[in-house]
Design a protein around this ligand. Sequence first.
Ligand code: NI
Length: 213
Amino acid sequence: MNPQIKKRLLRTLIICAIAFAAGAVFALIQEKSATVKAPTSVAIGGAKFGGDFEAINDKGEAIDQSILGDGYSLIYFGFTYCPAICPTELQKMARALREVEKDNPQLAAQIQSVFISIDPERDTPDVLESYVPMFHPRIIGVTGSVEQINQIKSLYKVYAKKVREDDMADDEYIMDHSSYIYLVAPDGELISLYGIDDGVEKIVQDIKALPAL
Ligand code: NI
């Protein structure tokens, strides 16, 4: 194997392992502090998720938290340069949406899906516009200034960090980040988190069990 490819592969594996470990820790916290069983409500350490924010959508327009709409929302945080996990998770979110659309289009219409970039420096609106709709036309791509994205990350307790390795060019980096799909209620309350081990079916089941609005 080409040593360069080998190195990249190894790096991807390490990142996956880190993401997995972070996920396991988060899942443990979730397990410990879950007051009510999903799909009704999960309070994580009594932490409040979400809130007011400002950002930029994939059309380059200024937006705020109102893009989440009055209904439920599915939110995923990732970056378009991600070699493996982000595309897999975005695909999972898109498949869940399609399943719900097929059985209950009215319910599906009440769910706003959003992909929020944790790599705003590279994920410009143009980059997002040519990436996010490939998964599902209804998923909105969101980016913003570094400050705006930092604020959204803290609202949703997202971990993301730039990682640079010795063999990388000065301007090259990858993002080490937590990977969860968030199902959020109209009032901003977190209903559930889906990690890399959760399947499409679990998300679809939870969505179908949501109280009608
Ligand atoms: Ni990723």
